[in-house]
Design a binder for this molecule. Structure first.
Ligand code: ADP
Length: 738
C-alpha cells in the first residue's frame, strides 16, 4: 500500500515539538504517523504502550490551523492529556459530562473563536448533534481515535459506545480519520479500519518488542516472600501487582500495608469514588503500588512504573502483554515478574467456564479461551527467550540472539544436562500410548503412577512406564511444554488436547535433531554487580542520591503548582539530570523532555537543587553525554539498557569481550551481540581488538564469495573454524566500509 512517508515534515513541526515537549527528535514510526496526519491521510497507528502515540496527533494539531478532535474512552485520560497540554502551552480543551453548564458555554465559545487546537471528547458526546456541528463549523480537519481497539469486539477492551464512531464519516466528511492503538492482533486491526470507515489508510505498525522490560517467570512458592523480594528491590518506586480475584486484591493490599508498604487496591467491585481515590493517590505519588485486578489499566498515567508483578497467570498472552506493557513507558528498565502455579490454569478454566455458562456463550468461545490459557501456560513453562516468544506470538520476527532482559537469557535458568535422553523418553512414551492421550496421562505413565486409568489400559506394561520416575511432575510438565515450544511435539484438539508426534519428533528420537530443556528458576538470581542501593533504572554515571533528591523536589513542585509529578518532569529527565548534573539553563534545555514551558516553571528550582547537591558531595557538574549510540533495533522504543551503555563504553576503551563479560556480568553471547551493534553504531577504525587480523581477512574473503546476507555459508566456507560471533562482528565492520 502506498504511504505518505516521502513528503518532508515542515520545519515548524520539529520546532514545535522542541518548544512544547522538549524532544530533540521524533521516533521513526512517530515521524511516519505525523506525516500521515499532516497530509490528511487516514491512518491506523499501532505502537506498543510507551511508543509515543499521543505525540502523533498532538504535534500536527499544534502547527495546523483549525481543530483536531480527539476521541478518548475515559474522562480521566482526557483530563490528564488536557492538563498536560495546557502546562506545555498547547491550547487544548475537553468536552465531557463533568463540565458544568457554565464551563460548557465558555469552552464552546473558545472553540468558536478559534482559540484552541485540540478538543478531547468521548464517543457518546461526539455523536451529539450540537457537539459535532460545533466542531465541524470550527474547522475540524482531523479526528484522532485514541485506544481505537475499543471499537472492536475482538479486542480485549470492547466498548459499545465506540461503535457509534462508525458514523464519524457522516459528521466530518472533510476530515481525515486516524486510529491509535497498542493492540497487536491482525484481526483487531482490520476490524478497527473497517469500523472507523478508514479510507485506504496508512497502516503503520511498530515493533512489539519492549527491550526495556525485563521479563521473569517464577513458580509461585511463597507468594508474599516473592512479592516482597521484588518490592524491596524498588524502594519508593511505582509498581503494579495484578491478582486474579477481588478478594486476592484486598488480602494482598492489607498484608502489604500491615508491613509498611504504601499500597492501594483497585478492582471493579469498589465504588467509583474509591477507585478514583486509588488512581489519584498513585498519580500524585502518595501511593507507590496499586494491587489490582485486570480492571486497572487504561488511565494509568504514571510512565515511571518500575515493576509489574503478576501474582497469578493471566488469561491470555494479550492480557500479559498489555499489563506488563504498563511498566517502563518512559523507556527506562522495568521488571515484570510473573508468579505462576499449575493450579492457575484450573482456576482460570473454571472462571471461564462459569462466565461462559452465565452468558450462555457458544461452546467455541469456551474452547478458544481455554486455548489461550494453554498458550499462556506454555509461555510460563517455556525455554525460549521471553522477548522472542512474545514478539513471535504477535507475528513479528525477532533476530536478537540474547535479549539480556529475561530470565532465560540472563541465565536465571539452568540447562538440563541430559536433555536429549529425557526428550527421547517423553517422545517415545507419546508414541507408545499411540498419540491418544493428553499431557497429564503421559506424565503419569512416565512417572509410573498406579492409577486405574493406567492399569485399565495396560499402560503399566509399556516399556516407557516409570522411565522418569525420579522427575517431579512440574518439571516434566515444563519439559513437555518446552518440547511443544520447540516444535518437536504437538498438542492437538481444543477441549481435551492430546499429544501427537510429527516428523521432527522422529528426528529427535533418531538423534538427528537436538533440543534443549531448561530447569526453570525457583528464584531469580541477582546480577553480580548490581549494587542494591543503585536503582536498576538509572543510566551509567547517574547519582542515585541526587535522583532521589530530585524526585522529592518534583513532588513538592507538583503539589505547589497543583499538577501531577509527571507533569513537572519525567523520570527520564530526572535520571539525565542526575547523570549530567547541568548547572545552566542552556544545559538543562538540551535534555530531551525539557521544553520551554517546563523550563520556565521549574528549571530554576531544579538547577538550584543540582548545584546544592554537587557542592555538598563534590560531584562533578556538566558531565558531557556519552557519544550517542544509534539504536541497533531500529523500531525499538526507549533508550539502550544501562548494561549496553556500559558495554559500549568499555568497547570504546578497547576492552576485550572477556573483560566486558566480567565487568557487566552478562553472558559472552550477549556481549558479542553488543559488539556487533557497537561496530555498526560507532564505526571504529579497526576491530582487531576483538577479532584477530587473519580471521578478519578470511571472513572478508569468504564474504566476497557468499555475500553478507547469511552467516552460515561463510561459516561453512571457513570449515566451521571461525565462530558465528566473529563472523557477525566482521560483517558489521564490512557494512560500515560500504
Ligand atoms: P503511548 O501513548 O504510546 O503509551 P506516550 O504518548 O504516553 O506513549 O509516550 C510514552 C513516553 O515517551 C512519554 O514519557 C513521552 O514523554 C515519551 N516520548 C514520546 N515521544 C518522544 C520523543 N520523540 N522523544 C523522547 N521521548 C518521547
Amino acid at each position: 500500500m502506498p504511504t505518505t512517508t516521502t513528503r518532508p515534515l515542515p520545519p515548524q513541526l520539529l520546532a514545535a515539538v522542541r518548544k512544547h515537549w522538549g524532544f530533540t527528535s521524533l521516533r521513526p514510526l512517530q515521524e511516519q504517523a505525523i506525516r500521515a496526519a499532516m497530509a490528511g491521510r487516514d491512518s491506523l497507528v499501532v505502537m506498543p504502550t510507551g511508543g509515543g502515540k499521543s505525540l502523533c496527533y498532538q504535534a500536527p494539531a499544534v502547527v495546523r490551523d483549525g481543530l483536531t478532535v480527539v476521541v478518548s474512552p475515559l474522562i480521566a485520560l482526557m483530563k490528564d492529556q488536557v492538563d498536560g497540554l495546557t502546562r506545555i502551552g498547547v491550547p487544548a480543551v475537553r468536552l465531557d459530562s463533568t463540565l458544568t453548564p457554565n464551563e460548557r458555554t465558555t469552552t464552546a465559545e473558545r472553540i468558536r473563536r478559534g482559540e484552541v487546537r485540540l478538543v478531547f471528547t468521548s464517543p457518546e458526546r461526539l455523536v451529539n448533534t450540537d457537539v459535532y456541528q460545533l466542531l465541524r463549523d470550527a474547522g475540524a480537519h482531523t479526528v484522532a481515535v485514541d485506544e481505537a481497539h475499543c471499537v472492536s469486539h475482538w479486542g480485549h477492551d470492547f466498548r459499545p459506545e465506540y461503535r457509534q464512531l462508525a458514523r464519524l464519516r457522516d459528521f466530518f466528511p472533510k476530515a481525515s480519520v486516524h486510529g491509535y492503538t497498542a493492540t497487536a492482533t491482525d484481526r483487531v486491526r482490520q476490524d478497527i479500519a473497517q469500523q472507523l470507515g478508514l479510507n485506504s489508510p496508512d497502516i503503520l505498525v511498530g515493533s512489539f518488542d519492549r527491550p526495556n522490560l525485563i521479563y521473569r517467570v517464577l513458580p509461585r512458592l511463597d507468594l508474599m516472600a516473592q512479592v516482597r523480594a521484588v518490592l524491596d528491590r524498588h524502594p519508593g518506586d511505582a509498581g503494579i501487582i495484578y491478582c486474579l480475584r477481588r478478594k486476592d486484591v484486598d488480602d494482598m493490599t492489607a498484608a502489604l500495608k500491615a508491613v509498611g508498604y504504601r499500597a492501594v487496591p483497585y478492582h471493579a467491585g469498589m465504588t467509583p469514588d474509591a477507585r478514583r481515590q486509588t488512581q489519584e493517590a498513585f498519580a500524585a505519588e502518595e501511593a507507590d503500588l496499586v494491587v489490582a485486578t485486570v480492571a486497572f489499566g487504561m488511565g494509568i498515567d504514571r510512565s515511571n512504573v518500575r515493576y509489574v508483578i503478576h501474582a497469578a497467570m493471566p488469561k491470555t498472552i494479550e492480557h500479559y502483554q498489555q499489563e506488563t506493557g504498563r511498566g517502563g513507558r518512559d523507556g527506562l528498565p522495568s521488571e515484570c515478574v510473573l508468579l505462576y502455579s499449575g493450579s492457575d490454569f484450573l482456576t482460570l478454566k473454571a472462571i471461564i467456564e462459569k462466565s461462559a455458562e452465565e452468558a450462555q456463550a457458544p461452546p467455541e468461545f469456551t474452547a478458544a479461551s481455554v486455548k489461550h490459557l494453554e498458550e499462556m501456560a506454555r509461555y510460563c513453562r517455556g525455554a525460549a527467550c521471553r522477548h522472542k516468544s512474545l514478539v513471535q506470538y504477535f507475528g513479528q520476527p525477532y533476530e536478537v540472539e540474547n535479549c539480556a532482559a529475561c530470565d532465560v537469557c540472563l541465565g536465571d535458568t539452568q540447562e538440563v544436562p541430559d536433555a536429549m535422553t529425557i526428550a527421547k523418553k517423553i517422545l517415545s512414551c507419546v508414541a507408545r500410548v499411540k498419540e491418544g492421550f493428553g499431557t497429564a496421562h503421559v506424565i503419569d505413565v512416565l512417572r509410573g503412577a498406579k492409577s486405574e486409568s493406567i492399569r485399565s489400559r495396560g499402560h503399566d506394561e509399556l516399556t516407557t512406564y516409570g522411565l522418569l520416575k525420579e522427575v517431579p511432575k512440574t518439571d516434566l510438565r515444563d519439559w513437555i511444554y518446552q518440547l511443544i515450544g520447540q516444535g518437536v511435539l504437538v498438542q492437538a484438539g481444543d477441549e481435551y488436547p492430546i499429544l501427537k508426534l510429527n516428523a521432527a519428533s522422529w528426528a529427535v528420537m533418531a538423534g538427528k535433531h537436538t533440543v534443549r530443556l531448561i530447569q526453570l528458576a525457583r528464584s531469580e538470581k541477582r546480577s553480580k554487580n548490581a549494587a542494591p542501593s543503585q536503582p536498576v533504572s538509572l543510566p551509567v554515571g547517574a547519582d542515585a542520591a541526587l535522583f532521589e533528591l530530585l524526585r522529592t523536589l518534583r513532588r513538592q513542585q507538583a503539589s505547589q503548582a497543583g499538577v501531577k509529578p509527571e507533569q513537572v518532569f519525567s523520570d527520564t529527565v530526572l535520571a539525565e539530570m542526575a547523570r549530567g548534573r547541568p548547572t545552566t539553563v542552556d544545559a538543562l534545555r538540551r535534555i530531551s523532555g525539557v521544553g520551554d514551558y517546563r523550563l520556565q516553571s521549574f528549571g530554576a528550582a531544579f538547577l538550584e537543587a543540582i548545584a546544592f547537591h554537587c557542592r555538598r558531595t563534590g560531584l562533578a557538574t556538566d558531565v558531557p553525554a556519552p557519544r550517542t549510540v544509534a539504536a541497533p533495533r531500529a523500531a525499538s522504543s526507549g533508550p539502550p539498557s544501562a548494561k549496553k551503555t556500559q558495554a559500549f563504553r568499555l568497547f570504546r576503551a578497547g576492552e576485550s569481550v572477556a573483560e566486558v563479560v566480567k565487568q557487566t556480568g552478562l553472558t559472552a553471547a550477549t556481549i558479542n551481540g553488543y559488539l556487533a551493534d557497537f561496530v555498526t553504531a560507532e564505526k571504529p577504525a579497526s576491530i582487531f581488538n576483538w577479532v584477530p587480523e587473519d580471521v578478519c581477512e578470511r571472513v572478508a574473503a569468504a564474504a566476497d564469495i557468499h555475500g553478507t546476507a547469511l552467516l552460515k555459508p561463510v561459516f561453512l566456507e571457513l570449515n566451521e573454524e571461525v565462530s558465528y560471533d566473529h563472523i557477525r562482528v566482521v560483517f558489521a565492520f564490512l557494512a560500515t566500509r560500504e
